[in-house]
Each structure stands twice: as structure tokens, then as C-alpha cells.
Design a protein around this ligand. Structure first.
Ligand code: SF4
Length: 705
């Protein structure tokens, strides 16, 4: 019982924060949410939850929510509040006019990993079938797009290989570029339980995250590498495994392309890739790195099992892997290690990306990439394209479209004119804020579909009010490919669920869309996407969840992938040469900045800042080693100016030895900080995922903002 009173009814739904995908009983009194109770039968959380899912839902009723559509002819004008019909007519007329004058490729859209699969499906369909281009991208561009590239190249599909239960069977766990305690707390609890029962832990991270040393847990190895050297560290580990005869050659011969393995083994085996040769680059003591590689491959001294000849070693990774100029290379280097040691295709092993947002997996699955139709099938494939054309009754552009940064570039040269952004604040979350602002300002039409007037909305001509996860039906797909229902707990305060907003816009543009419920959208997903062939809302209602692929070969879904064969057939080793980032320190910018999250807050804080969770993290802090602070005469708690070649901001200092000398760290949850003002324009060579994790900076004293 709370101040609101005793709950009268409850609806089971799925958390809209991180990729763990906890389910809750939303307990209601009338139309008011009383409390969120972790659902004991939730397959991802088993009755557990964190402070975000449990307490940070107050934003749903926050006074800042915009509930009526807003329009204006130019961004200098004030907003005009209008009804839905007028907003749709205004927006559709402008979209159609821009298309007629500048062609279909002048229009595009951005889907949101916060939205449901069904909502994402409709946005990408609107762009492809309505706008007529493939200029659709997703906020996953700035987080896990290298996962998509790297795992597709090596294993054949863009997805984590194991379910969360699998961690219970791991003998060794390697966490690289992730901070599960803060970013994925409920999974972190399961991981810690396994570690307390004896599994060994390797942490690869520039910062001493909590997992390195917490009650009853001590990492066997913490490789505190220099930011930007993931590939060098993983190559050195591979060198040890290959040159010391620790590879599982029987697995590789049976399951992988043997010729490619030999090519890769010869490459990593070169002396220049030894831990000793790379130590000046990685700053990881060679002996420590050798010991970590041996532990990953062998389980360490004393490992023994009556059932298995080799230990189970699992890798979990996050944005500290992907948000680099070599993000895709790092994902492939991780996959190489797993294949070389036979750690794919059974419980306790695998390559497991910890997805940041609740539906990153789903937004990628639903065809949000400009070169791929849903299910990760290239747009150039005539047969796949034909199946969509027959179902949708349109001709599709066979050419890949533009990624987010390319849309912004094209706006500056006048060839890209209109953008529909659903559920993302690209001005705050994308790198090089000034460039994003210039691109948005150059467009004829920016449509923001969101809960709040965010920073991007300053450049918008249309604001379409969004609905919260409590106000909609649909599905989210978590980091273990688990599709779960999102159930409407209360009626949308703005009158429409997000999928209905997109449908109304499509209709206003002249498209004949008549979905009556998101379940009908999922039926279309299943009809056109082989990995979702057996998914329906009715099945999810009956069974609780399904992990894709759900098809004729896997009628009950797939908790573990690549069991007998990789999706692509033979696993493919990819040579990943370490290439230093172009972002260099020097006398003017002598420190390296890296960024991350904190437990109580979420991304740019649009939701969590509007809840009581703010008491736990009222501002972003800059962590700096005592030596660096002392050299600058800076004290703990002082205001400092953080400057890079791109921009500068002001925040308070936290002096701590969590970071090594030469490295500073901050979170990016508060718009007052605008951490991305300082991040660079460099990005992953394969996917354009921004290099948020490495920025050369200078820190000096400041009097405050
Ligand atoms: Fe929500 Fe993630 Fe916390 Fe679970 S761990 S309650 S999914 S934020």
C-alpha cells in the first residue's frame, strides 16, 4: 500500500530501460500506477529488478510531457498547438512536397531502441514504402552497430549467442568494456552469484569497475588497458592462445573454416603481437595479459571436470567495445577468441553483447539499417526485396540508404531535406553536437516524435507527442533475443499509442494502412521475417516469451545459438589488425576521456532525471587520478573545465584511483554537462558508430558554469 492507496488490479509488462528485459506487475488503482513489483515468473529477471525499473517511472506523469501536437513553419517561430488531424495534414503535405521536389532520397527516418518492435517496424516501413528511400537508421548506430557487423561476419547473424541462464554454467567469465553493476544490474546479480560460487573473472576495462572488487568477489585479472587499445589486447591474448598451443583445434576443424583459422593463427602468432611487444601500446603488463589468456583458454591451474575436457568460458561485452574507431574489429576479435577456444554453442560460453537500451536487439532485428531489410537481409537481394514488395504493394529502392551521420552531412549539401525522429534525442546523444545542430538546422522539415520537448526538438518543425511504455501494447526483445509482451497499463495521455501515430502519418501521406492492433503488425513481421516465423502475440501471451529464431527448425525458440553449426555454416575467423585511433593526446590535450553510465540514471536522462532517482546522481562528475589532480592543483569537488579539440564543458571533479593516471572518466546523463560537446568526429571504420570512448582532453580549474 502506498500514498495512492491499495492496488485494485495488476498488469504484467516489460521494463523500458535496459537490455536485461525485466518483467513487472504494474499494480494500479484506477488509472494511477501504485507500484512496480518485479514479476517472479519473468524469465529474464526471476523476480529481481533494479532502481530504474522499480522506481523510475514517474516521468510518465511528469508535467513536462507534451500531450498535444505542435507545429511551426520555421524553427525561429513559436510552436502552435494543434489537433492530431491538423498535425498529420501539415506534416504529410510537407513530406509529399519535399519528395515531389527533391526525390525520395531526400527523406529519411530514425527508429528508436526505446520503442516496441511493432513501432520500429512501422517507422522503417513508412520510410521504405512511404518516403520511398532506404534512409532509415536507428539509435543503435551510436551503440551496437559494430555488434551487428562483427557477429554477422564471423557467426552469420547479429545477436548474442546465449541466454542469461547460461552464465550459471560458466567456469570463466570475461567482461570487456562493460559495467554490468551499473548498466545491467539484474544480470550483474546473476553473474556475481556465479562468481561467488567459484567461476573466475577477467575484467578488461580502463576503469576499476565495481565488479573488479566487490563483497566476496575479486577478479583474477583486471587488465586496465589504455583506452582505444581493445584490439591490441585481444590480439595479444590470441597470440598467447595460439603460440602456447591452447586453441581447441578439434572444434575449429569441425565447426570453422580451417584455412581461415590458419591464416588468422599465423597473423596473431607473429612476434609483434606478443603481450610483451604490445605492452607499450596497451599499458597492460605482459605477464598479467598472458595469465588472463591462459585462464580464458584453460580455466586456470586446477580446473577439472568429469564431463568436459575444456572449461566453459563466456565473454560479456558492452559499449566499451563498440564505441571505438575499431569497434567492429573488436567484436570480431572477441568472436575469434571464442571460436579458437571452442567456446560457442553450449551453455556457459559464447559471445554476449550486453545491450544498453531495452529494445536495441529488436530495433536492429526489425530492419532499421539502411542496407538491410528486417532479419538482416541485404536490400540488394532481389528475392528478399520481392517478398516485401508483394506484401506491401510497392517498389523498393534497391540501393542502401544513408546512415545518421551521412544524413546530417547530406543535409549540409542540400540533398537531404526531411527527417522523422522517433524516440531519440540525437542532438544530445550523438557525437559532435555542433555538427548535428548544423545538419538539423539545414533541413526543411524535422519531425520529432517523443515524450518531451528534447534538445533535438529545438530544430523541429513538427512535434508529435509520444506514449510511454505504460500506455502501449507491443513487444521488446532483450539482449538474449527474448521477445516479451509490453502490455498497456493505462490509456495514452496523448490519445494515441506510438504505432498509431506512425499509422496516421502514413495514411495522411496516402498509404492504405489499417492495423487494428500491434498483434497484426507482429503477424506481418512473422510473415516476412524467417527468424520470427513462429512468433505471435497469442503465443507470447500463452508462453511468456520466445527467443528467436523461432522457425520450423526451432519451433520453441533458441536459448542458445550456433549449437551444431554457425548460422553462416562454418565460423569465420577475421584478421583484425590493431590500428591506433586518429584521436591523439599531445601537450594541449594530454588526457584521455572515456565515458559510461551510473546505476540510477539512464542515457541522456530524459526519463530518469524526471523521477526521484535524481537524488542518487544529481550531476555528472569527472573522475581523475590523484596524481593528475595534484599536478593541476585540483581538489575533489572543485569545478573544472573539460576541453577537447571539438568543444568544452564544465563539471565537478571526483578525485579517485578508479582511473589510471592519464585517463579521465565521466557519465553523460545530464544536459547541463553535454558530455558529447567534447567527443570527436571519429567513428568505427565499418559502421560509423561514434568513438565516444576515446577523446583527448585537457582539464583546468574553473569557477563553475
Ligand atoms: Fe529495467 Fe534493466 Fe533494471 Fe531490469 S536491470 S529493472 S530491465 S533497468
Amino acid at each position: 500500500v502506498t500514498a495512492i492507496g491499495k492496488p485494485e488490479r495488476a498488469v504484467v509488462t516489460t521494463c523500458a530501460y535496459c537490455g536485461v528485459g525485466c518483467t513487472f506487475r504494474a499494480e494500479m488503482k484506477g488509472e494511477q500506477l501504485v507500484r512496480m513489483v518485479p514479476w517472479k515468473d519473468g524469465k529474464a529477471n526471476r523476480g529481481h529488478a533494479c532502481v530504474k525499473g522499480r522506481f523510475a517511472w514517474g516521468y510518465a506523469n511528469h508535467r513536462d510531457r507534451v500531450l498535444k501536437p505542435l507545429i511551426r513553419d520555421s524553427i525561429e517561430e513559436p510552436w502552435r498547438e494543434v489537433g492530431w488531424d491538423e498535425a498529420m495534414a501539415f506534416t504529410a503535405a510537407k513530406l509529399n512536397a519535399i519528395k515531389a521536389q527533391h526525390g525520395a532520397r531526400a527523406l529519411g527516418g530514425i527508429t528508436s531502441s526505446r520503442c516496441t518492435n511493432e513501432e520500429v517496424w512501422l517507422v522503417q516501413k513508412l520510410v521504405r514504402a512511404g518516403f520511398g528511400s532506404n534512409n532509415v537508421d536507428t539509435c543503435a548506430r551510436v551503440c551496437h552497430s559494430p555488434t551487428g557487423y562483427g557477429l554477422s561476419k564471423t557467426f552469420g547473424t547479429s545477436a548474442g549467442t546465449q541466454d542469461f541462464d547460461s552464465v550459471e554454467a560458466a567456469d570463466v567469465v570475461m567482461v570487456i568494456g562493460a559495467n554490468p553493476t551499473d548498466g545491467h544490474p539484474v544480470f550483474a546479480s546473476r553473474l556475481k552469484r556465479r562468481l561467488r560460487k567459484g567461476a573466475k573473472l577477467i575484467v578488461i576495462d580502463p576503469r576499476r569497475i565495481d565488479l573488479v572488487r566487490s563483497p566476496h568477489i575479486e577478479a583474477a585479472h583486471h587488465l586496465a588497458l589504455q583506452p582505444g587499445t581493445n584490439v591490441a589486447v585481444l590480439t595479444a591474448m590470441a597470440h598467447v592462445i595460439v603460440t602456447e598451443g591452447l586453441a581447441d583445434e578439434a572444434f575449429v576443424r569441425e565447426r570453422c573454416d580451417w584455412d581461415e583459422y590458419q591464416h588468422w593463427a599465423a597473423f596473431v602468432g607473429q612476434e609483434r603481437h606478443s603481450p610483451e611487444a604490445l605492452e607499450p601500446v596497451t599499458r597492460v603488463p605482459a605477464a598479467d595479459l598472458r595469465a588472463a589468456a591462459r585462464l580464458y583458454a584453460t580455466g586456470g591451474p586446477g580446473w577439472a571436470s568429469a564431463e568436459r575436457s575444456r572449461p566453459n568460458a563466456a565473454i560479456y561485452y558492452g559499449l566499451g567495445v563498440t564505441e571505438h574507431s575499431q569497434g567492429s574489429s573488436t567484436v570480431m576479435a572477441i568472436a575469434n577468441l571464442a571460436m579458437a577456444t571452442g567456446n560457442v554453442g553450449r551453455p556457459g560460453v559464447g559471445v554476449n553483447p550486453l545491450r544498453g537500451q531495452n529494445n536495441v536487439q529488436g530495433s536492429c532485428d526489425m530492419g532499421s539499417f539502411p542496407h538491410e531489410l528486417p532479419g538482416y537481409r541485404h536490400i540488394a537481394g532481389a528475392e528478399v526485396r520481392a517478398s516485401f514488395e508483394a506484401d506491401w504493394g510497392v517498389r523498393l529502392d534497391p540501393e542502401p540508404g544513408l546512415r545518421i551521420p551521412n544524413m546530417l552531412d547530406a543535409a549540409l549539401d542540400g540533398s537531404f531535406r526531411a527527417l522523422y525522429v522517433q524516440g531519440e534525442d540525437i542532438l544530445q546523444s550523438d557525437p559532435n553536437t555542433h555538427h548535428v545542430a548544423a545538419g538539423l538546422a539545414a533541413m526543411d522539415l524535422v519531425i520529432v516524435h517523443d515524450l518531451f520537448l528534447n534538445e533535438t526538438a529545438n530544430y523541429a518543425h513538427v512535434f508529435l507527442p509520444g506514449s510511454t511504455f505504460l500506455e502501449k501494447n507491443g513487444t521488446f526483445t532483450n539482449a538474449e533475443r527474448r521477445i516479451q509482451l509490453v502490455r498497456k497499463v493505462m490509456e495514452p495521455a496523448n490519445g494515441l499509442e506510438d504505432w498509431e501515430v506512425t499509422q496516421e502519418l502514413a495514411r495522411a501521406m496516402g498509404l492504405d494502412w489499417n492495423y487494428a492492433h500491434p498483434s497484426e503488425i507482429m503477424d506481418e513481421v512473422a510473415r516476412l521475417t524467417p527468424t520470427f516465423a513462429g512468433v505471435s502475440h497469442a503465443r507470447l501471451e500463452a508462453e511468456g516469451s520466445l527467443q528467436w529464431p523461432v522457425d520450423a527448425a526451432h519451433p520453441d525458440g533458441s536459448p542458445i545459438m550456433h549449437v551444431d553449426a554457425f548460422v553462416r555454416g562454418k565460423g569465420r575467423f577475421m584478421v583484425t589488425d590493431y590500428v591506433p585511433t586518429d584521436e591523439k593526446t599531445g601537450p594541449r590535450y594530454p588526457l584521455l576521456l572515456t565515458t559510461g553510465r551510473i546505476l540510477s540514471q539512464y542515457n541522456v536522462g530524459a526519463q530518469t532525471r524526471r523521477t526521484a532517482n535524481t537524488v542518487w546522481h544529481p550531476e555528472d562528475l569527472l573522475e581523475m587520478h590523484p596524481l593528475d589532480a595534484g599536478n593541476r592543483g585540483l581538489k575533489d569537488g572543485a569545478w573544472v573545465r573539460l576541453a577537447s579539440r571539438t568543444g568544452e564543458t564544465t563539471l565537478r571533479l571526483a578525485v579517485t584511483d578508479r582511473v589510471a593516471p592519464g585517463v579521465v572518466y565521466t557519465t553523460f546523463h545530464h544536459p547541463a554537462t553535454q558530455a558529447n560537446v567534447v567527443t570527436t568526429e571519429y567513428s568505427d571504420w565499418a559502421t560509423n558508430c561514434p568513438e565516444y570512448k576515446v577523446t583527448a582532453v585537457q582539464v583546468t580549474a574553473s569557477n563553475g558554469p
